[in-house]
Design a protein around this ligand. Structure first.
Ligand code: ADP
Length: 422
């Protein structure tokens, strides 16, 4: 469920980022607006104060006058610069922010004629209130962020929960017939549409699998009788006393071909079966199966100087029908017999696994990567031939949760191992 977790985290993060951006924007706008308004009002007050002072008092001498509790007016005629406090004396014309003795002042410096006017507004308490206000904005931003986080999580949960339910259902699928999604859990929204479509595809796939299985069973079934007839007829023919060696050789070829065909039919049946749910309860001892398969496949050895060894290190019992196990082991043993010219083929059975080792031609490194994919090879006759055996082995192993692996060295031999995990 890692994916949906990441999805809900992304939604929460988006809300958090949006919340942060909005509160930052709002907070900054408020503080800037406050500063601008404050400066404008103070400047208006300073100019108004200067105008009123000029009109009503019309000063003729230098000095300082406390106009209101927060405003002090300093006047200096050209010859009396020293009457102005030192921290204001050098200020040029215009409006300034000055800090003196830990107090803040907004100061207007103006010349009318030769007389210099300095209007000083003590805005320390305004600045203090301003700082309090900024702290309040910061606190509100934090609360807004917290709300954005909680809201984001709730929305993420709300939006993601149908996706999560769908993901759980899809993950619970075991590719078995009859499985279906529980559509009642989903409404008419996009997820509902997606779920119904998924269910449709799933049903189509199931139908296809059923048809494939039926086809394989029907074909195998229909082919069994004629192949058995051919085998039996060839057997009867082979017992005739007056056969020439050429005729006997031909009849043997017919028998071999009929044998291969019935093996193929078995394989088709197994392929149809492996689409079914693995049969629980059915278990089979591998020893007798391996012995039977080795005998059946001996025809591939011909006259090659090969020793076949069956080693049994304890009893190997596997939870699967014997038909399936025969096909699995037959493909490995047949390959070992076919691709070995001399030496030994060893079939080892041990609790939990089997290995088939040969001293044959080994497998090309280029071919190794594709060996289980049912790849196509060029045979000596220049015709394309699909290698199906190992892909069937792989399919059986996948179906039952077993693993098949191999190692092989060109010119030295190969070893195939199947581990039967319970
Ligand atoms: P097929 O044997 O019908 O071609 P498989 O799927 O059984 O199909 O094998 C695929 C290919 O893997 C073979 O064509 C062969 O080249 C190689 N291969 C399989 N088993 C062995 C082996 N024991 N030794 C050498 N090559 C092998």
């Amino acid at each position: 469920m890692q994916k949906t977790k990441r999805l809900s985290r992304r939604i929460t993060l988006s809300f958090l980022l949006l919340g942060a951006a909005l509160t930052l924007l709002l907070g900054l706008s408020l503080v800037i607006a406050l500063k601008v308004i404050e400066a404008n009002i103070l400047d208006d007050i300073l100019y108004a104060e200067l105008k009123q002072f000029q009109q009503t008092d019309n000063p003729q001498k230098s000095g300082s006058l406390q106009s209101r509790s927060t405003i002090t007016i300093h006047v200096s005629l050209p010859d009396a610069m020293n009457s102005i406090p030192g921290y204001l004396r050098t200020l040029p014309r215009g409006i300034h922010d000055v800090t003196h003795n830990k107090r803040d002042y907004r100061v207007l410096v103006e010349y009318i004629g030769d007389t210099r006017y300095i209007i000083e507004f003590d805005d320390t308490s305004i600045h203090k209130r301003e700082r309090d206000f900024i702290h309040l904005v910061e606190l509100c931003s934090l609360v807004a962020l917290l709300i954005a986080f909680i809201f984001g999580r709730k929305v993420a949960h709300y939006v993601i929960s149908p996706i999560r339910r769908l993901a759980y259902q899809v993950m619970a699928f075991k590719n078995q017939p009859g499985e279906s999604l529980d559509l009642s859990e989903f409404g008419d929204d996009e997820i509902g549409v997606l779920t119904r479509k998924l269910q449709q595809y799933h049903e189509q796939l199931q139908q296809l699998l059923i048809r494939e299985k039926e086809f394989a069973s029907n074909v195998s079934h229909e082919l069994r009788t004629p192949v058995t007839s051919i085998s039996m007829a060839a057997e009867v023919l082979a017992t005739k006393a007056d056969l020439s060696s050429q005729e006997y050789e031909r009849i043997q070829r017919i028998q071999r071909a009929a044998g291969e065909m019935s093996e193929l039919i078995e394989t088709f049946l197994v392929l149809a079966q492996i689409n079914d749910e693995p049969t629980h309860g059915a278990s089979c001892e591998m020893g007798p199966v391996a012995r039977k398969v080795i005998e059946q496949q001996r025809v591939w050895l011909g006259n090659k100087p090969i020793e076949v060894v069956l080693e049994e290190n304890g009893q190997l019992v596997v939870a699967a029908p014997s038909g399936i196990l025969s096909v699995l082991v037959a493909n490995l043993i047949r390959n070992a017999f076919r691709y070995t010219e001399r030496g030994t083929v060893t079939v080892l059975l041990a609790p939990g696994h089997l290995t088939v080792t040969d001293t044959g031609i080994g497998i090309d490194t280029a071919v190794q990567a594709q060996i289980f994919k049912g790849y196509t090879v060029k045979s000596s006759g220049n015709t394309n031939r699909a290698g199906l055996g190992l892909s069937i082995v792989q399919r059986i192993c996948e179906r039952y949760g077993w693993t098949v692996s191999f190692d092989s060295t060109k010119g030295q031999g190969s070893r195939f191992t199947v581990v039967f995990t319970a």
